[in-house]
Each structure stands twice: as C-alpha cells, then as structure tokens.
Design a protein around this ligand. Structure first.
Ligand code: BGC
Length: 503
C-alpha cells in the first residue's frame, strides 16, 4: 500500500480528524435542565408539604456551605414564564425540569392531588409546547415528601410502590403531552453519595447497609414505573421512559489498577444500570462478589447487597427506553497502599468497598465546586463504557455543565467547558459510533446547588438573587450555546471574549 493510502486508512481508522468539522447528526436535540427544589421556591405555598430538602435546610443549615435554602430560590413557581422565554430565546429543542412530589401529592400518596400544584405543572408544560419546546420531565430529583422519609424513605422497600403510585398520577395527568420521562435523577448521588455523606439522604448516613437498600429500591422503583408505562400508557401516548445516571470516569493510575477501575465502574454505575440494561439482568457479577465476600468477612449473615428474586430480576431486565447520562468530572483510581488510611468517608475520595483511593490529576482544572475537576476525555470514555456494557442503547446526555462563582457574565471558562465536552460527544458519535441522540446543558439558570447553596453557579443565565424578581441575564455561555444550536458548530466565535449585552 502506498504511504498516502496508508495515511488515509490511518486517518479513517483513528478518527484523526478535526472535531470542529464534525457535526451533530440530523435529529439530534439540544436542551437545558433544572430541578424543582433548586429553582421553584414557594416551599410552603399553595398546599405543598415539606420535602426532605426543606427539612435539611431548615433544621440542619450547617450542612449547606452558606446556610441558605431553596425557600425562594429562583422563584420559578412565580417566574416560570421567564424560564420558558429564555428557553425559547436559546432555541432549545427541549427543557428538562422536575416535578416536586410534595407539591403535587402533599400526603406523599395519591389520595389527595394538590390542585395548585397540578395547575402549576400544567401551565409550564402547555407554555413550553406553545413555544415549540418539548418538555422532558424528571419525576424525582431528590425532594422526597418528608412524610415518606419518616417512614424510611429510599431504604424502605415500600418506596417502590409509593413511587409507582406517584408515577401513575403523573402519566395520567401529563402523559398526553409529556413524551420523555426520566424516573429518577442520579441514584448514585442519592444512594452512594447520599448514605455516605450526611445531607443528600435527608440526614441518614449508613454507608455499609443503607446505600445498598437504597440502590435496590431505586432499581425496582424505576423498573416498576417503566413497566407501568409500558403496560398501561405506551399505546395511548407513545412516549418513553428512562433513568438518569451520574457517571464519573475512573482512570486507572497504572496498568495494575485497571481491574480495580473496572470494578469501580461497576460499583459507581453498574449497580444502577446492569439490572435494567444488561442482557442477563441482575447485579454486575464482579462487584456483587466483592460485596458478598466483604459482608461475610465482616461477620454479616448475608450480603449487604440485597439479592433479587427471579421475578424482580425479570421486572428490571429491559426496563428502559433510553440511557440518561449525566457527566461532570472524573477521578484517578488506585489500590490503597498497605500503610495508607482510608481517610475520608467521602465517595469522592475513596471506594471503601474496594479498598481504593480516588484522586485527581494536578493538571485538571478545578471549578468552583469542591468535587469538580475538569477532564473532558472522561466523558467520551464513559459513553463508550455504556456502549461496551449495554450495546447500542440510545443515550441521551441528560446533564453536563460547569460551575463558577458566578460573578461574571463573560464566563469564558464555562464556554470552554461546553466546547470541549461537546467535542467529546462528537467524537463518541462519529468515531466510537455511540448512539447519542441528545445533549442537555446544566443548567438553564443559576440555582440552589444543594450542599453548596448559592456559593457556586451553573447557569447559562445569571439569576440576581438580591432582586425580588430574580431577574435572569444571559451569560456569554448562553450566547455560545445558542450559536451551537443554531449553527451545529461547536467552535467559539472570536467575538465571544467581550462582555455580553442582551442575547
Ligand atoms: C444534579 C444537579 C446538580 C448538578 C451540579 C447533578 O448531580 O443532578 O441537581 O445541580 O449535578 O452539581
């Protein structure tokens, strides 16, 4: 073969092309996301009952960096028309938002639907559709009715039924207009982080047992909600239902750490994905074995990871229409040295079950969030991980975004983050042939960032939290994203180094 031919073959094989020339395929959709507790405010208005997050922020404010709460947040309960307007200005194909369970069902159960809550989401959905924006609805983004938490929350297997009943109400009320449902947002954050770190799980910490009860219940709650849709609503409404997973890429520190990295991925996301997305169903075998052995060694009579009955396994297997994929950051993983302490409880720093240490590369840029270091190739690697594990499943990127202190409208770091991650998405689509059909920026607007309160901001739009109207102002990243959607070009136009005015 001539050297030129060889070079051409290499180019094709290696995908050594310029990503900026790659385009998103026809039909690819762009959106932006928020969640109820983070934006709505109106925490006790019009019949809403308290959620676990109202309880945390009101009774244990020291868990929030600036001791703030989502009591008012972006006031989207009153300013929702503004949110639709800016979503439309951006040219979004879809807007992902979540429904507050305690706003719609204040008792936690379907015995009493709160009319004001029902109307609020009705208006939001209709308003979006009028502007040609598809509503993508998350049923649960961490704000559990406090009453259900008092009954054990995500550690009580009854939550599977409670969630199914809630899902039925949602399908009945909004299924004629909502065609894309996400059952649960980031079970990794709820269970793996939640039961290890105080705030996420409404104050309950129980890393050894609680985490695994939560994982199994989340898997079954999602799967039953999917089955319900499939059985009773799909024919009528023709929509689809998925779950949104949070993925951190775990980069092996050395060749010897490859095995532990692979177990780390099973631990972080396999537990939440394998039961539904793998051909054989059930827990991923490697990590299931590790947890069983560790449990026995520690003197438990059975594995701390609850098994599936055959019936449960079949309910979960295949219970999906797409894979929701949230990505922000990565870690380096290595086996713990003999002398090293497994210092922190934080799953950002170690995986105790695997005796593994998690670190960051000093060259990775740190955002304004304590856990967030920038490593764009991690995103592509994880997209391939999903494909390797679960075949050609459709992936919708349901979150990706960057945090800053939020003082600047000229947010060039956020623009770079988006550009570099969109590049990885393009490479995954074109080079790795991953079936990705949509991308969601987190977040449409600055909002209450959980334990970090308002100390860190993710918005394409700045929100002025000192202004009672919570005025929204476009950052340059909004301008950039609008341009990507309009032109299908991820490169940053030269003019973007200037302070933005109006979009
Ligand atoms: C969550 C969002 C959160 C974002 C940034 C995701 O884990 O779904 O609620 O604001 O990350 O931390």
């Amino acid at each position: 073969m001539s050297p030129w031919r060889l070079f051409a073959v290499w180019l094709l094989a290696e995908g050594a092309w310029c990503a900026s020339e790659l385009k998103f395929p026809p039909g690819f959709k762009f959106g932006a996301a928020t969640s109820a507790y983070q934006i709505e405010g109106a925490w006790n208005a019009s019949g809403k009952s308290p959620s676990t997050w109202d309880t945390i922020t009101h009774t244990r404010p020291h868990h929030i960096i600036d001791q703030s709460s989502g009591d008012i947040a972006c006031d989207s309960y009153n300013q929702w028309k503004e949110d639709i307007k800016i979503a439309s200005d951006l040219g979004l194909d879809f807007y992902r938002f979540s429904i507050s369970w305690p706003r719609l069902l204040p008792t936690g159960f379907p015995d009493a639907i709160n009319e004001d809550g029902r109307r609020y989401y009705d208006n939001l959905i209709n308003g979006l559709l009028e502007m040609g924006i598809e509503p993508m609805v998350t049923m649960y983004h961490w704000d559990l009715p406090q009453r259900l938490q008092n009954l054990g929350g995500w550690a009580n297997p009854k939550v599977v039924e409670w969630f199914e009943d809630y899902a039925r109400v949602l399908y009945k009320l909004y299924g004629d207009r909502v065609k894309t449902w996400i059952t649960i947002n980031e079970p990794f954050s709820m269970c793996t982080l939640g039961y290890a770190m105080v705030a996420f799980s409404a104050g309950v910490t129980d890393q050894d047992v609680g985490t695994y009860l939560c994982i199994k219940n989340v898997v079954m709650a999602h799967s039953k909600a999917w089955r319900l849709y499939d059985r009773d609503f799909r024919n009528k409404f023709g929509g689809r239902v998925g779950i949104a997973n949070q993925l951190f890429y775990l980069k092996p520190a050395t060749k010897e750490d490859e095995e532990i990295a692979s177990l780390g991925h099973e631990f972080f996301y396999g537990l939440y994905s394998h039961p539904m997305y793998s051909k054989e169903g059930g827990w991923p075998a490697g990590i299931e074995r590790v947890i069983e052995q560790n449990s026995k060694k520690a003197g438990f009579a059975r594995s701390r990871l609850p098994p599936f009955t055959d019936e449960e396994k079949e309910i979960a297997r295949g219970a999906y229409d797409f894979y929701g994929f949230n990505y922000y950051s990565s870690r380096i993983i290595r086996r713990r040295g003999d002398e090293e302490d497994l210092l922190a409880r934080s799953p950002f720093k170690n995986i105790r079950e695997l005796n593994a240490i998690l670190e960051v590369d000093p060259t990775w840029k740190k955002s304004s969030s304590f856990w967030f270091y920038v490593y764009p190739p991690g995103m592509r690697k994880l997209l391939s991980w999903v494909k390797d594990q679960y075949g050609d499943v459709e992936i919708v990127i349901t979150e990706n975004g960057y945090s800053s202190t939020g003082t600047e409208l000229n947010d060039i770091d956020r623009i770079k983050y988006y550009r570099d991650h969109l590049e990885q998405v393009l490479l995954a689509i074109h080079k790795d042939k991953v079936n990705i059909t949509g991308y969601t920026a987190w977040s449409l607007i600055d909002n209450f960032e959980w334990n970090e309160g308002y100390s860190t901001k993710f918005g394409l739009y700045e929100v002025n939290f000192n202004d009672p109207k919570r005025t929204r102002t476009a950052r340059d990243s909004a301008k950039y994203y609008k341009n990507v959607i309009k032109t299908n070009d991820i490169e940053i136009p030269k003019s973007f180094n200037i302070i933005s005015d109006e979009l």
